[in-house]
Design a protein. Structure first.
Length: 593
């Protein structure tokens, strides 16, 4: 991790947290140090919302020459698994960050956290309570009425210490006793109305086994772990703002080696997306998706499998910025971040998702030409590739109309179009299935003088379509993904209504027998490509095999064509099929990639 030169001027603040860091450094607070942490609970996979916190915590340390810990908040053995611990570490590293040797677990501090509990009891600041959950809630009062002291609040220090130790020894049943802080039952902040610090959970822990049968709550363990690790700035999302007084109370009333401070920022929310881990877990458990890594999921592992890059996700987090108020970001911002990234470096290839045979009647039978195709016009160093061209080709079914409308500039009877990188062709006829009436083959002639896609006589054509050689085509499964939810705000449902009513029934379409350019047959798992006119695709890292690739659509191209296709009754998946239209183009001429 790079460290700024101490003699260089301090960087200017980009947001209010950086302003706070600079002010603390200027005043000498925390000895001028910056030490942050990312503290996920290992009860699920990380999602795009966590990415903002990761980028913020690790990014601050990188920018100001500080340190960042990765700490697992593993204080609830009923929901936590080693699988989640391992996946979180993979995701943080994939996103581009490293904690070096600073990997911590709250469970590693269980002994110290418990010692602080005994300290609070001995100071008369905590007591063992026998109230059950319902009674405890009733005693807590309401927004307009103060709470009522627990009948066990006046227990002596000796009695409380004895009961706490018996809780630790496993003498009591779950739910029979809790350790509560003694703060203020009349506080307007509910978090200060004698919150629970310890509860009895007779469940084995994934790291400590059966050593413990009482576990600290998050609000109690969080400030203590921060202090034990020497954290200076404990950065949390806004839902913890009302918990900050309790954070400070625990920190100030326990003997700890540091005095961290909590700062809150607005979490990342996206349209058409659910980011509640509880709800994501439900999607997995009810098999609404194939797993945490389903490419429709907003998890980092799902986004990675879909073809998203860490650079694109970091770019989104940078563009969104850090604010003090919650808001929802349009999911198109995430999609645009990926387009901007892959446009610069993804190699191009041609893929026909719904093949229709095209036969060139005047092509010399049994011969093949090798045509040059540009690998990436945004990267001159990417060079060109050879694509075989023969008498039989595949084109997109949507690129031919038996009776084309006025503003359809692709292929139709008597019409001339350009085949990408190849020749001008003119449709001379077509064949149909007599039983279904479906067009099965298009026949045409080509102009040999237009090799490379340009006419020496200067004539122009309005449509350019892509193709693949039928004889050498690689047949593949292609998965077209859309938003998992059809509603912009899927959780915004009437009371009593399940948010699952907003699931998008067309979030996945599987094209079982697409025809691809030959080089895609050896595409490495996880490699990313632009299928010209279709969008950006990724070779599925689990299911793709040499010679039998499976591609996931990461994101479509720009949406300019969506309205055109809808008006013309275009592609069945509702996505653009022609790239971005050029000036005056209304149906088939893609902007040169």
């Amino acid at each position: 991790m790079s460290t700024p030169n101490e003699s260089s001027p301090a960087p200017e603040a980009a947001h209010f947290i950086e302003e706070r860091v600079l002010a603390d450094r200027a005043s000498g607070k925390h000895g001028g140090k910056l030490h942050t942490r990312f503290p996920p609970e290992p009860n699920g996979y990380l999602h795009i919302g966590h990415a903002k916190s990761i980028c913020l915590n690790f990014g601050l340390a990188q920018r100001f020459g500080g340190l960042t810990n990765l700490r697992f908040d593993d204080t609830n053995p009923t929901t936590e698994e080693v699988e989640y611990v391992e996946s979180i570490q993979r995701d943080v590293k994939w996103l581009g960050f490293d904690w070096d040797e600073r990997l911590f677990f709250a469970s590693s501090f269980f002994g110290q956290i418990y010692a602080c509990a005994e300290e609070l009891v001995q100071k008369g600041l905590a007591y063992v309570c026998d109230l059950g959950p319902e009674d405890m809630s009733r005693y807590r009062g309401s927004l307009t009425a103060p709470g009522t002291d627990s009948p066990f609040r006046s227990r002596s220090v000796a009695e409380n210490l004895d009961l706490l130790r018996r809780m630790k020894a496993g003498e009591f049943n779950e739910g029979s006793h809790t350790l509560r802080a003694k703060i203020d039952m009349a506080s307007p902040n509910f978090n200060l109305r004698d919150p629970v610090l310890y509860r009895i959970l007779k469940k084995p822990h994934h790291r400590t086994g059966s050593t413990w049968c009482i576990y600290p709550t998050y609000d109690y363990a969080h400030p203590l772990c921060d202090a034990f690790e020497g954290i200076t700035h404990s950065i949390c999302t806004l839902e913890f703002e009302n918990h900050r007084p309790l954070y400070d109370w625990v920190r100030d009333n326990c003997t700890v080696p540091a005095k961290p401070e909590q700062i809150e920022f607005a979490r990342l929310n996206l349209t058409y997306t659910v980011l509640s881990k509880r709800k994501l877990l439900r999607l997995v458990n009810e098999k609404r998706v194939s797993g945490w890594d389903d490419p429709r999921m907003p998890t980092l592992t799902g986004l990675r499998r879909r073809g998203y890059t860490p650079e694109a996700i970091r770019t989104l987090c940078e563009r969104v910025g850090v604010a003090k108020f919650n808001s929802t970001v349009e999911v198109v911002q995430l999609e645009n971040a990926l387009r901007d990234d892959l446009n610069k470096r993804a190699p191009r290839a041609m893929a026909v998702l719904r093949p229709l045979e095209l036969v060139i009647e005047n092509w010399p039978a049994g011969t093949t030409d090798e045509l040059d195709a540009v690998n990436n016009p945004e990267d001159p160093a990417a060079g060109t590739r050879k694509v075989p061209f023969g008498q039989r080709l595949f084109i997109e079914r949507d690129d031919f109309r038996e009776d084309p409308p006025k503003d359809f500039y692709r292929l139709g009877p008597g019409r001339e179009v350009r085949l990408r990188y190849a020749f001008f062709v003119t449709c001379t006829g077509f064949d149909k299935d007599p039983a279904t009436g479906e067009v099965t083959r298009v026949r045409c002639t080509y102009d040999p003088a237009t090799r490379g896609g340009n006419a020496p006589d200067g004539r122009k054509v309005k449509g350019t379509i892509h193709w693949v050689p039928a004889e050498q085509a690689v047949r593949a499964e292609v998965r077209l993904y859309d938003h998992l939810f059809a509603a912009e705000f899927p959780e915004d449902v009437p009371e009593g209504t399940d948010f699952l009513v907003n699931l998008n029934p067309r979030s996945l379409e599987v094209v079982a027998d697409a025809a691809l350019e030959p080089l895609l047959g050896t595409a490495a798992a996880g490699s990313r490509w632009q299928f010209e006119r279709h969008g950006y695709f990724c070779a599925d890292e689990q299911d793709s095999r040499p010679g039998k690739p499976v591609f996931n659509r990461s994101v479509s191209l720009k949406d300019s064509w969506a309205k055109i296709e809808k008006r013309q009754g275009g592609s069945s998946d509702g996505k653009p099929q022609g790239g971005k239209p050029g000036k005056g183009d209304k149906g088939g001429k893609p902007k040169a990639p």
